[in-house]
Design a protein around this ligand. Structure first.
Ligand SMILES: [Zn+2]
Length: 157
C-alpha cells in the first residue's frame, strides 16, 4: 500500500499578512497534490510572458520554484506528517483554496472543537460582503459543528 505523504498546514481567518489573526484549523494536504497545483501555477506564468516582464512576478516565480523543491524534498524524507511553518508572506496561502474545496486533503483538525474530520463531513458555504460596486466573496469550509476551517476570498468587484 502506498501511503500518500501529507503536509500539515495551519489556516487563519485572514491572510498571513494580517496584523491580528485567528488560527482556524490544521489541514493535512497531500504533498503530491500541492506540488501539482504549484506547477500548474508556474505554467500559468510561463504562458503569459508579459507577466514575467515585471520583477515582482519574476521574484514570486522563483519563490514558487523554491517551495516546489522543498516540497518534493519532503516526499523523499522520513518524517510524517511534515509541518509547514506559515510565514507572513506565505505563497502557499494563495493556492490552498482549490485543494480545500475539492477535498484534496487526508483530514482536517478543527481548532475550535478539537475534532478531526474528512472532507465529506465538512460543508462548503458561499459568502459575500459589501454592496454596490464594492463587493467581495468566496467560499468557506466549515466543520460539522459549524466552525470555520478555511476562509478564501475568490473574487472582488
Ligand atoms: Zn469544529
Amino acid at each position: 500500500m502506498v501511503v500518500m505523504k501529507t503536509l500539515r498546514y495551519k489556516t487563519f481567518q485572514y491572510p498571513p499578512t494580517a496584523v491580528s489573526n485567528v488560527p482556524l484549523a490544521e489541514f493535512d494536504f497531500y504533498i503530491n497534490n500541492l506540488v501539482a497545483a504549484l506547477r500548474e501555477h508556474l505554467n500559468w506564468y510561463q504562458n503569459y510572458p508579459a507577466v514575467m516582464k515585471y520583477p515582482a512576478n519574476r521574484k514570486m516565480y522563483k519563490q514558487f520554484q523554491v517551495i516546489i523543491r522543498r516540497l518534493t524534498g519532503y516526499l523523499s524524507g522520513e518524517e510524517k506528517p511534515v509541518l509547514w511553518e506559515v510565514k507572513k508572506h506565505d505563497l502557499l496561502w494563495w493556492r490552498i483554496g482549490e485543494l480545500v474545496f475539492t477535498g484534496q486533503f487526508s483530514s482536517v483538525h478543527c481548532l475550535s472543537c478539537g475534532d478531526r474530520f474528512v472532507f465529506d463531513q465538512c460543508k462548503i458555504e458561499n459568502w459575500s460582503i459589501g454592496e454596490g460596486l464594492i463587493v467581495s466573496g468566496g467560499r468557506n469550509l466549515v466543520c460539522p459543528h459549524g466552525h470555520l476551517l478555511c476562509h478564501v476570498e475568490e473574487w472582488n468587484s
